[in-house]
Each structure stands twice: as C-alpha cells, then as structure tokens.
Write a protein that binds this ligand. Structure first.
Ligand code: CTP
Ligand code: CA
Length: 226
C-alpha cells in the first residue's frame, strides 16, 4: 500500500457500499439484469478498507472476490438489496451506492417456467418500479453521508446534478457510459464529481487507482460535513 493509505483517512469509520447488478426474476429459470461487473464498487470497498474503514459490501451477483477486511452481504434482487442496505446503514458513517440497480422488476415472478404460446409471436411482461435504495437511505432517520453514482449517455453533468438534488445526496460521481472503454464492465473509468459546491473532472484511471482518488475526495468532503 502506498503512503496514502497508511494515514488511515477513514480509520474506524463505517462505510456501506452497494455494488454489482441486481437480478429480477421473471420465472424460476429467467431474470432481467444488466452488464454491471461490480468492479468499481469492489475497488472502492478495497480502498475504504485500506484507508482504515470498517466496510460492508452489499453485492449483487458478480465474478469478484470480496476484498480483504470487508464484510460482504450477497443479494440478488433490488428488493433484497434495499432491505440489506437499510439494515446495514444503521450506525454507518458513509453510504456509497455503486450498484446498477434494476429500475423495474416483473410485476409478478411466475411460479412455474413460462411457456411459449402457440398462437402468439409476442409476449408482454408487466414491470413495476423498484424502490430507490439510495434515496431511501438518504431520507432515513440516521442519515449517513451519501454518495451516488450516475451512469449517463448524454448531458452528464445536468443529469448528475439532478440526481444530487432529487435524492438529497452529498456527492454524485458521474460518468459517460456512451464512451468506449470506460464505465460499465470496463477496467478503466473517467468521472466527474458533482456536489453542492460545483463539479470536478478527474483524469481517466484504472478503477483501482480511481477508487483511491475517490475515497480521498469522499473522506475530505465527509470530514467537512461532520
Ligand atoms: N440507485 C439505487 N436504487 C435504485 C436506483 C438507483 O440505489 N432503485 C442508485 C444507484 O446505485 C446510483 C444512483 O442511484 O448510485 C443513480 O442511479 P441511476 O440509475 O444513474 O439513476 P436513477 O435514479 O435510477 O435514474 P435513471 O436510471 O432514470 O437515470
Ligand atoms: Ca436507473
């Protein structure tokens, strides 16, 4: 670890991070999900632990190993992640939402495998909105310092600031996922930090490197907010 981490910027602080995709069941053998790898959230969890934090990682299904000195809670659906997050944020200092939560889930997961209908070439799935985990944490009684991520394909800063305000957050870390080689499922990322004071663009970095920078940016703002 570099000198940066021996300072223990987050020594003894409790950090909860959501990461990865969620899976929304259609029937016992099918689901709706997305391409999130979980890499950014896991890298942040690792950087948090290196900075001395007590880190809980609430994770959807990923191919990644839990970083050392972090506690992982495995979930599948957005509803499970919501329940786990609201439980875990009691007594927590910082909440970081990196998960790519499915915005909608099938209204009803079928009990049995859905069969094709011989008389129809189309099928319709009715969807219902999932709870907003981050917004609910930010509005909870023991509100931690709240950090959101925003993956956008256009008007990055404007949409990110909209989320900052609408969800009542301390910071939003935004990236443009329309660009090749950054963001979703990639090893590199380039982000814009948006908070009440303004916006700050960071250089393109590996997710591990970026995570360390972000933990510094987060802990500086967290300490000022305290
Ligand atoms: N988020 C969450 N729970 C949800 C949806 C999003 O906790 N049900 C969190 C994400 O983890 C992220 C932030 O909210 O930190 C923004 O997610 P994003 O998908 O960019 O924004 P949405 O509010 O879902 O808006 P939209 O997808 O319409 O842009
Ligand atoms: Ca969304």
């Amino acid at each position: 670890a570099s000198a940066e981490f021996q300072t223990g910027m987050l020594a003894g602080k409790r950090v909860v991070i959501t990461a990865g995709p969620t899976r929304e069941a259609i029937d016992p053998v099918r689901y709706i999900s997305n391409h999130s790898s979980g890499k950014m959230g896991y890298a942040l969890a690792q950087a948090c632990a290196e900075a001395g934090a007590i880190c809980t990682l609430i994770s959807g299904p990923t191919q990644l190993n839990c970083p050392p000195h972090c506690q992982r809670i495995d979930v599948e659906s957005a509803q499970q992640m919501h329940e786990a997050a609201l439980k875990a944020v009691n007594d927590c200092d910082i909440f970081i939402a990196t998960a790519a939560v499915a915005d909608f889930r099938p209204l009803q997961a079928a009990d049995q495998k859905i069969k094709k209908q011989a008389d129809s070439d189309t099928m319709t799935l009715e969807m219902v909105k999932n709870p907003d985990i981050l917004a609910d944490v930010a509005n909870s009684q023991q509100r931690p310092f709240c950090v959101g991520f925003a993956a956008e394909t256009q008007d990055v800063e404007r949409y990110a600031r909209g989320k900052l305000e609408r969800k009542n957050l301390n910071m939003v870390i935004a990236n443009d996922v329309s660009q090749q080689g950054i963001g979703f499922n990639s090893d590199d990322n380039q982000v814009l930090i948006v908070d009440a004071k303004g916006s700050k663009a960071l250089d393109k970095l590996s997710k591990a490197e970026l995570a360390r920078h972000l933990i510094r940016e987060i802990s500086e703002r967290f300490q000022k907010a305290d």
